[in-house]
Design a protein around this ligand. Structure first.
Ligand SMILES: C[S@@+](CC[C@H](N)C(=O)[O-])C[C@H]1O[C@@H](n2cnc3c(N)ncnc32)[C@H](O)[C@@H]1O
Length: 225
């Protein structure tokens, strides 16, 4: 059977302004820290040069939070996936300034990366912080948290691994509660609603700060496979 081409994506590729230093980072730092998308599965021990727990972050934005986590947890491997090129450039610069060696980046749709590059039962944790909320009803199908996404993540997480999600959109929080409550692959180990003062096992992110300035409440979850 010929596979059908996926047309609904959780992002729109923004061109965005790229600073000269971000461009330079992509030329000079990408060869060491970047992994090209391909349809071959990754060998994490080879990619990171060691065997360690691997944490994947989907849609890291400018990467400040991702670099902070990698710097604070040198014994873990971090894999960031983002489609926005200026964000990837910013993250490369931050990682170089932090002097960390436990972070690798892929610039591609995380759904394809999960399907094609991540081996089954290979991840210790997946972080999805402030995914695009797609607030209009006709766009809800673009939200990344869907049944197929959960099954894909569950297949790639090892037993006992976790999916950690945060959002500042009340309506997306309801959607996440609903979809996860229908999944038999995950159990919710913690759900926390707060005003930005109690992020669940993560640093505060740029989009979280944006939401807080608008008066939004934050919802954090930890779902365990
Ligand atoms: C609202 S921003 C949040 C950024 C960051 N996590 C934060 O909290 O500041 C969502 C990000 O997810 C990225 N994104 C959306 N869908 C994606 C996908 N399928 N694969 C990779 N990145 C994606 C977007 O490019 C965007 O940078």
């Amino acid at each position: 059977m010929t596979p059908t081409k996926r047309t609904i994506r959780s992002f729109v590729r923004r061109t965005g302004r790229q600073t000269p230093s971000q461009q330079k980072a992509l030329q000079e730092l990408w060869p060491n820290a970047g992994i090209e998308y391909s349809n071959e599965q990754l060998d994490f021990a080879a990619v990171f040069g060691r065997a360690a727990d691997t944490v994947m972050e989907i849609g890291f934005g400018n990467g400040d939070t991702l670099v902070q986590q990698a710097a604070e947890n040198p014994h873990k491997n971090y894999l960031g996936v983002e489609v926005h090129e200026p964000g990837v450039g910013h993250c490369l610069l931050k990682a170089r300034d932090a002097g960390i060696g436990n972070l690798r980046l892929i610039m591609h749709d995380a759904i394809d990366v999960f399907s094609d590059q991540i081996p089954c039962e290979s991840l210790a944790r997946v972080n999805l912080y402030f995914p695009d909320p797609w607030p209009k009803k006709r766009h809800h199908k673009r939200r990344i948290v869907q049944h197929d996404f959960l099954n894909l993540v569950a297949d790639r997480l090892r037993g006992g691994g976790s999916l950690n999600i945060a959002t500042d959109w009340a309506d997306y929080a309801e959607h996440i509660d609903e979809i996860l409550s229908q999944s038999d692959r995950f159990t919710c180990s913690e759900r926390r609603v707060h005003d930005g003062e109690q992020p669940l096992d993560r640093p505060r992110t740029k989009f979280e700060q944006r939401g807080l300035r608008k008066g939004h409440q934050i919802c954090d979850w930890c779902f365990v496979k």
